[in-house]
Design a protein around this ligand. Structure first.
Ligand code: G6P
Length: 606
């Protein structure tokens, strides 16, 4: 949460900072600010405001020839959404931006006698004060001494009065990546999308290492002052991938990218129609003798885990627990050395997921992460990683990342079954050959976008909506409900279709939208009966099924026909319909689907 960027080089900094912040806005958009050296470095100037980066741009000088500065877009934790609480914060000689939470800020206020001296309610300003208290002309020594006193997660970029052209950065837990691009200068940011325009090479700033950025180079050192060589990585996408490419919002663009994301994730992992993780360096021994599985994640990734978990349970007959990371951390773990722990995360930075992974590692050496962002903390912390090749996902509501996570879980299930002889090769080949067709099926479905959009007006007028299904359709409906509520603000709930009558059906009144998913043949008749029960009570039913047409209006008001695929694979198709439905409902309500209120994409606070 919170997006941060720093730049120093030969180019003008202001637009680099503002454009970078715009790309990081998915991390938070409560307030925004920049700081830069002015008057040949004798002075550090700040522009900041509550609101979005566009509001910040409006209060920035038209002309600003400073070539060094830092910028921040905030997701409020300590202190409300006000101009004063916006970053950067200046205290004495120090101006900084911060992502994270300083847990011992109360003690530090006492220790440094800061009462009455602070202009904001943030923990970040206290960090600036502590660094300033240690400052005696040497920025590095001040930061090194200060971080020893700070408890909690932090990523800081710091400017010091009297040190023009220099940006200092350090982090613990909260992510930051950096690079140096010849001809431009040195960059640091919460993620590479902020500076991908200048270079596709970057390194993850190691925790408790200090980075000094100057126009002519960067220098990385540990806290004892020894130089450390940065470990550079390259991303295989460019600036166009992180732009809207003609679509009005990132969310709809990312939905349209699902066929490609699925193909890129699935195809390189298939050889001779069997799952092959050799290029990922994930050995078969990881799966041999696995007795049970725990999948840990948050939000949409956790719902992908629900689908994958249900699939593995049914296909392989082994116990699978799907754990909410923030709960898992504080429960008594039920994992052993024979448990395969799978951790799913688009960003690879969600703090609860990361901490849950660290906890799980105390019980098993078999941890496997499914992560979209290369080199992210979760990817580095787990024993093994299978990257999803979804490309950057910028809209706060996750779409393509969900589908590719499910796809990887399906491949893992096949691999587990083969390694442990619970599936035979012929069946797996049949399954994989169908899985490989999924990208084109999803592509075909996207043709129904207009028809889905036409449902948006009716949905936009609803106050509640229910998603029902059985089996995999129930697991999927949880994600459908989440998607709708997070961007349309309509209360939405998912129910196992058979469970509705045990209470929730009392909420169904005339016109309540019920999105029913009926793709699993073994329970098809049962779901249809459940649909009739809500229809009889006035529900407006939107049905997703594999039927070509449905003429019986006692079942539904609108029907979406899914291209025929085996039951286990319909989730990829239904997911796209539910995502598009949520998107147009959000638009119908006049919302910005990319930036729903109160949310942020990357949740790096507990
Ligand atoms: C936030 C995002 C969700 C995401 C969840 C987990 O809540 O808004 O879209 O599913 O975090 O994020 P991760 O990066 O771990 O998948």
């Amino acid at each position: 949460m919170c997006g941060i960027i720093g730049f120093t080089g030969s180019k003008e900094a202001q637009n680099i900072l503002l454009d970078g912040l715009q790309k990081l806005e998915y991390r938070g958009y409560d307030s925004a600010g920049i700081a830069f050296f002015k008057d040949n470095g004798s002075h550090v100037s700040i522009r900041k405001t509550a609101g979005k980066v566009d509001d910040l741009r409006a209060i920035c000088d038209e002309e600003n020839n400073s070539t060094c500065g830092i910028g921040h877009t905030r997701w409020a934790t300590h202190g409300g959404v006000t101009n004063a609480n916006a970053h950067p914060h200046k205290f004495g000689n120090v101006t900084l931006i911060h992502n994270g939470i300083i847990e011992n800020y109360h003690e530090l206020i006492e220790k440094y006698n800061l009462k009455g001296q602070l202009k904001s309610d943030t923990d970040s300003e206290i960090a600036a004060a502590v660094i300033d208290a240690h400052y005696d002309g040497d920025p590095k020594e001040a930061i090194k001494a200060a971080v020893k006193e700070l408890k909690g997660a932090f990523a800081f970029c710091v400017l010091f009065k009297g040190h023009p052209g220099e940006v200092y950065a350090i982090r613990n837990v909260s992510p930051m990546v950096a690079s140096y691009a010849a001809g431009a200068g040195a960059f640091i940011a919460s993620d590479i999308t902020a500076f991908i325009e200048y270079t596709n090479r970057y390194f993850v700033l190691p925790e408790y290492h200090l980075l000094t950025m100057k126009e002519d180079g960067i220098f990385l050192e540990n806290l004892s002052g020894q130089a450390v060589e940065p470990e550079f990585m390259t991303v295989d996408w460019d600036v166009t991938t992180a732009q809207k490419g003609g679509y009005p919002y990132f969310m709809i663009k990312e939905i349209h990218e699902e066929p490609t994301a699925l193909a890129n994730t699935i195809n390189p992992r298939i050889s001779d129609l069997l799952p092959d993780f050799s290029a990922d360096e994930v050995p078969d021994s990881l799966f041999a003798g696995v007795k049970d599985i725990t999948i840990i994640a948050c939000g949409t990734a956790m719902y992908a885990g629900n689908v994958g978990g249900a699939f593995i349970r049914n296909k392989l007959g082994i116990p699978v627990t799907v754990a909410i990371a923030s709960e898992f951390r504080y429960e008594r773990p039920t994992i052993s050395k024979d448990t395969l722990v799978i951790v799913a995360s688009q960003s690879g930075e969600t703090i609860d997921t990361l901490e849950a992974l660290k906890l799980a590692k105390q019980y098993t050496d078999r941890t496997l992460s499914i992560v979209n962002v290369k080199g992210s903390s979760i990817a580095r912390e787990s024993h093994h990683v299978l990257y999803t090749h979804g490309g950057p996902e910028i809209a706060v509501a996750s779409t393509k990342a969900y589908s590719v996570q499910v796809a990887v879980l399906y491949l893992v299930a096949c691999k587990l079954g083969l390694v442990n002889n619970s599936l035979n090769e012929a069946d797996v080949r049949d399954f994989i050959s169908d899985l490989r067709n999924i990208p084109s099926m999803v592509e075909e479905l996207l043709n129904q976008e207009d028809k889905i959009a036409r449902q948006a007006d009716r949905m936009a007028n609803a106050t509640d909506a229910f998603f029902i299904g059985r089996g995999l359709d129930y697991s999927l409906s949880m994600e459908g409900a989440l998607k709708l509520k997070e961007i349309s603000y309509i209360h939405a709930e998912a129910y196992a279709a058979g469970e509705l009558k045990h209470g929730t059906i009392s909420l169904i009144t005339d016109g309540t939208p019920v999105i029913a998913i009926a793709t699993q043949q073994n329970v098809y008749g049962k779901v249809v009966s459940n649909i009739r029960e809500v229809k009889a009570r006035g529900a407006y039913v939107i049905l997703l099924s594999k039927d070509k047409v449905i003429t019986d209006n006692t079942i539904c008001d609108v029907h979406f026909s899914l291209p025929a695929v085996r039951d286990e694979l319909t989730v990829f198709e239904s997911a796209v319909i539910l995502q598009i439905l949520a998107y147009y409902t959000s638009l119908g309500k006049g919302n910005n689907p990319d930036q729903p209120r109160n949310l942020a994409k990357s949740v790096t606070v507990e």
